[in-house]
Write a protein that binds this ligand. Structure first.
Ligand SMILES: [Zn+2]
Length: 361
């Protein structure tokens, strides 16, 4: 029986966190695998070694080093030629989903996630995982497992943002366990790197810089798929943002006016948020404001504000957005409080006039 080292964050690269095969709770072990005892149901689970295609796990000190994103103009031109209007990314969780799960692809509030979406996603997941074990080469099943895993992890992340303390950590571990369980099933497929990118982004949001680098170090920085290209570039952007390197963020996403296209909808929104943040960090408020207005016209103010808050970026734009959102409220307060005040003045004048007359005899 192997016991896991202490977690530095819920997305710690040096710990393996997967779902218990019996009860589904997140269990922790070492990346090398072995026997793990579930702390929730006491089941003994045999865990495989986590596959590390580019040896991030095997290289000593690797989490502290990551080669900079390799810039390549020919590749950028290829991406621009591929990601045009109407291009459909298979990694786009919002717009590309299993047809029978369409109603679960919509956005939701906390209660809907708790009572409806997560239990339904869980139900489909429990059928899809054994089905993929049985037919690992079935591409429809691979996409289904990927989509269900990402969608569940989004739900857990959403709920985790709503609570503090220990319940938040437990939800983060669930958010991570479902992704790493899917990674174990899909590691040799197209979806393996997409899951590593998501784990890297989650580690960056948890401010676990070493793990964010390590998850990314196992990905192909120049994948042959244009859909995967956007995932990689966004994961690098999340990492560079955490490192405070605004120039590197703009280099990997493309600066204002020369933005590199990203195929998936949510990733486009996040890329805009990171770009706005980078210009704020560089002190270029004019470009940040211009990009903010454009992103707001494209995605709508509430969605953009949600992205700023989720990623904890673009503090000036957030402040401006809050002020803009408060403006109707300020006007309403002004009207509500101003009206009785104006009425009181009018009544006073009328009373004075009636009492003293017009001063004309
Ligand atoms: Zn268990």
């Amino acid at each position: 029986m192997v016991s896991a080292p202490q977690l530095t964050s819920a997305f710690d690269f040096h710990v393996q966190v997967i779902e218990c095969t019996q009860c589904g709770a997140p269990v922790q072990g070492v990346p090398e695998g072995g026997q793990i005892a579930c702390a929730y149901c006491d089941a003994r689970i045999a865990v495989e070694r986590r596959r590390s295609p580019r040896h991030a796990l095997a290289t000593p000190g690797s989490p502290h080093r990551l080669a900079p994103y390799p810039s390549d103009p020919a590749r950028d031109a290829w991406v621009r030629s591929q990601v045009t209007t109407g291009h459909q990314s298979v990694l786009d969780i919002k717009r590309y989903y299993p047809p029978d799960l369409a109603q679960l692809a919509a956005g939701a509030g906390v209660q809907t996630w708790k009572t409806q979406y997560l239990p339904t996603l869980r139900h489909h997941w429990q059928h899809a995982v054994p089905a993929l074990h049985h037919s690992p080469d079935d591409e429809t099943l691979q996409h289904r497992v990927f989509w269900l895993a990402v969608r569940q992890s989004m739900g857990y992340a959403f709920l985790a943002g709503d609570v503090v303390g220990q319940p938040s950590l437990e939800l983060r571990l669930k958010q991570r366990a479902v992704l790493e369980t899917a990674l174990g099933l899909l590691t040799t497929t197209f979806y393996g790197d997409a899951l590593r990118c998501r784990l890297s982004r989650a580690a960056a949001l948890a401010r676990d810089l070493g793990s964010a680098r390590a998850w990314l170090a196992d990905c192909d920085p120049h994948p042959p798929s244009v859909d995967m290209d956007g995932e990689i570039r966004l994961a690098y952007a999340a990492l560079y943002t955490l490192e405070g390197d605004a120039q590197a963020t703009l280099a990997v996403l493309g600066p204002a006016g020369r933005e590199l296209p990203i195929a998936a909808y949510a990733e486009q929104l996040f890329a805009d948020a990171y770009r706005i943040h980078a210009y704020e960090v560089l002190g270029d408020g004019a470009t940040a404001t211009q990009l903010h207005a454009r992103a707001q016209a494209r995605f709508g103010a509430p969605l953009l504000r949600g992205a700023f808050e989720t990623l904890n970026v673009a503090h000036q734009a957030r402040q401006a957005a809050i002020t803009a959102a408060q403006r109707p409220l300020i006007i309403l307060i002004g009207v509500l409080f101003g009206l009785p005040f104006a009425l009181a003045i009018v009544i006073t004048i009328v009373v004075l006039v009636l009492h003293y007359g017009f001063g004309i005899d």
